[in-house]
Write a protein that binds this ligand. Structure first.
Ligand SMILES: O=C([O-])CC(=O)C(=O)O
Ligand SMILES: [Mg+2]
Length: 651
């Protein structure tokens, strides 16, 4: 514990906040500190409940190490090593009974054993001979030194041994907690293979079982119990310079419904993609779950459930907690932190976005990210089916966040292209909810976000009848309910369209409106199909069909990067349109020839840089940028800003 003299990484790792102020702890010096990285700060030590002077540690490099407790200097060797090799129980940790109070404190230098257990700096077997000498790692590692590439090869080999996706997920999470740079190198270099593990569909199953597979906590949990203390909680997070927060309240996790506090898997997964796909530094990402209870009886009765065991708070109680969170975030991280709302239920999602879009840099991935990715897919699908957006007719199953969000962006784009007013262009878009086609006669009973879509038509209660009556060219599933694009529905689409566009967006795979195989088979190979969760290629009548993944993962990482590099202070719909156009531009003739309307994920970092550049350009154009002057080449600038998981050399 007292091996403070062994350092190049000085780390203040007081665990918990229970140290009293009188127990001030002072690190006076450290020998040979060549690089000083403080986990609790950005060059400045954290000084809330204790006073720790790291400055002196840097200046006085050759002085012997001593620690001061309550103002008394304590000799390192004397205190830690008792005669006979035992370690003196200076702080009573060993002698304390369960009823005694002790302070769980430790001051450590991230070298040696602790360096190997620090995921941000650990390199495992890739530590060089020189680093092993300089950082007290001798003997703590077997003799072999391997390079980063071999580590990737070995990890992929190991992960492929697991047949069960959830085991692969757990292996990936363990790696993230052990060696962050190896985790990201693996994910970036094997994105097509690993995306379905750290993201949909496996992350959905992980959330359902989060309590029983829970090991190391990831992200920040804020519950109703923390009312009045949210700012304090934000300060418990070790990183101070946060650029992106993904926050959920767990009420609508993918198409799986209310998973309460166990929704944490989603912000964690989304932020892994922010880093791997969009190049945001991992230390700048903060996953948050707001726990206001759950209405999921299964969770409430599950002995391994990790959240508050109560029914969801709503109304004023809910609004106040969210309001405190939003204020605390701005107070702690400033105006330019991006807050991504994720997997909130409809009734809160629209209200939160509307309420905070004028005061914060907020983005709702399910409303806006999904809209942008679908619009991109439609723009590129036009190359296969012909016509302009205005020539098409769209029918949605599902009139929630994704459905109405996409509908609005389509109407907006048509309006921009044709000059027709939004009220008119919206008439190209029809939505079906659980009560049937949304029509004028239902207007008074509709939730506010559905009202713009109530058009003149007689009531139609069955989805199949709506398909037959509207005769859309594009069918979009966004209801979260699986197997709703039945054989009859797909056959109807194929009967009045040469190339029906069918998007089954609901996640995870179990909630997909139909499978890729069903779409191709039932349309006799004519469908242009994409889905929210990935499907393997399908063989039909001797031809192989590769479907695209219409998932907001294409958009949010590059979109967020664009906001960050321009220092955006607000999100505007035109930025979403810019992102759609940028993504659609990345689809090549070769992709079209294979029936694809999205580029493969393999090149996603390049794609993200393009999206970021177009989004940033729009931010500058709209006068919403705070990073001035505008860089000349925004693509090159975006690329230069992206985090790379390459190992650093330690002196
Ligand atoms: O997470 C995903 O795969 C896409 C998404 O936002 C959702 O389904 O809620
Ligand atoms: Mg989502």
């Amino acid at each position: 514990m007292m091996s403070l003299n062994t350092s190049s990484f000085v780390k203040n790792s007081i665990s918990g906040v229970s140290m009293t102020q009188s127990q001030s702890l002072r690190l006076l010096s450290a020998k040979r500190p060549t690089v000083v990285a403080m986990v609790n700060g950005n060059g400045k030590p954290e000084q809330r409940n204790m006073s720790v002077s790291m400055d002196s540690a840097v200046k006085d490099v050759n002085a012997p190490v001593a620690v001061e407790v309550d103002g008394n200097e304590v000799d390192d060797k004397k205190q830690t090593t008792a005669v006979g090799g035992g370690v003196e129980d200076v702080y009573g940790e060993d002698s304390a009974t369960e009823d005694h109070f002790i302070t769980p404190w430790s001051v450590s230098v991230a070298s040696g054993y602790s360096l190997l257990r620090d995921p941000h700096h650990n390199k495992g077997l890739a530590f060089t001979e020189k680093e092993r000498d300089a950082h007290y790692l001798r003997g703590l590692l077997p003799p072999v030194v391997v390079n980063h590439d071999l580590q990737v090869k070995k990890m992929m080999h190991n992960i492929r041994q697991y047949q069960v996706p959830l085991q692969r997920y757990q292996a990936m999470m363990d790696l993230q907690e052990r060696n962050e740079r190896l985790f990201y190198k693996l994910l970036i270099e094997n994105v097509e293979e690993l995306l379905p593990i750290v993201y949909t569909p496996t992350v959905g199953e992980a959330c359902q079982k989060y309590g029983s597979i829970f090991k190391t906590p990831q992200g920040l949990f804020i519950s109703l119990k923390d009312k009045g203390k949210i700012l304090e909680i934000l300060k418990n997070w070790p990183q101070k310079k946060i650029q992106v927060i993904v926050v959920t309240d767990g009420e609508r996790i993918l198409g799986l419904g209310d998973l309460g506090c166990q929704g944490m898997g989603i912000p964690v997964g989304k932020l892994s993609l922010y880093t791997a796909l969009g190049g945001i530094r991992p230390s700048a990402c903060l996953p948050v779950t707001i726990d206001v209870g759950t209405n999921n009886e299964e969770m409430l009765n599950d002995e391994f459930y990790i959240g508050l065991r109560q029914r969801r708070a709503s109304g004023q109680e809910y609004a106040e907690l969210m309001s405190e969170f939003m204020s605390a975030v701005k107070q702690n991280y400033g105006e330019k932190v991006l807050i991504q709302f994720e997997d909130f239920a409809n009734h809160n999602a629209f209200d939160l976005l509307e309420k905070y879009s004028t005061t914060h840099l907020v983005f709702n991935d399910d409303i806006q990210g999904t809209a942008s990715v679908v619009l991109a897919g439609l723009i590129s699908a036009l190359k296969l089916v012909g016509g302009s957006l205005a020539d098409h007719k769209f029918l949605f199953l599902g009139a929630g966040e994704a459905g109405t969000g996409i509908a609005e962006l389509i109407a907006l784009e048509i309006s921009k292209q044709t000059g027709a007013p939004l009220d008119e262009t919206r008439k190209k878009v029809w939505l079906v909810d659980s009560k049937g086609l949304i029509v004028k006669s239902r207007l008074n009973s509709l939730q506010h976000f559905k009202k713009p879509w109530a058009h003149d038509h007689e009531p139609v209660s069955k989805f199949l009848d709506a398909v037959k009556s509207i005769r859309p060219t594009v069918l979009i599933g966004s209801s979260g309910a699986g197997q709703t694009f039945t054989k009859d529905v797909v056959e109807a689409m194929a009967s009045f369209n040469e190339k029906p566009i069918i998007l089954a967006l609901s996640n995870p795979t179990s909630q997909s409106e139909c499978t890729a195989e069903q779409a191709y088979t039932w349309s006799e190979g004519r469908a242009i199909f994409a889905s929210g969760s990935p499907f393997a290629p399908v063989e039909y009548n001797g031809k192989v069909y590769v479907s695209g993944q219409s998932n907001n993962a294409y958009i949010f990482p590059g979109f967020g990067l664009g906001l960050i590099i321009s220092g955006a202070i607000r999100v505007h719909d035109d930025m979403l349109l810019a992102a759609s156009e940028a993504l659609a531009e990345q689809v090549t003739q070769e992709h079209f020839d294979n029936g694809l309307i999205y580029p493969p994920f393999t090149n996603i970092r390049k794609i993200s840089a393009h999206i970021a550049a177009k989004v940033a350009a729009k931010v500058y154009e709209l006068g919403l940028a705070s990073r001035l002057p505008q860089p000349e080449n925004l693509v090159a600038y975006a690329e230069s800003c992206m985090y790379s998981p390459k190992y650093r050399n330690y002196r």
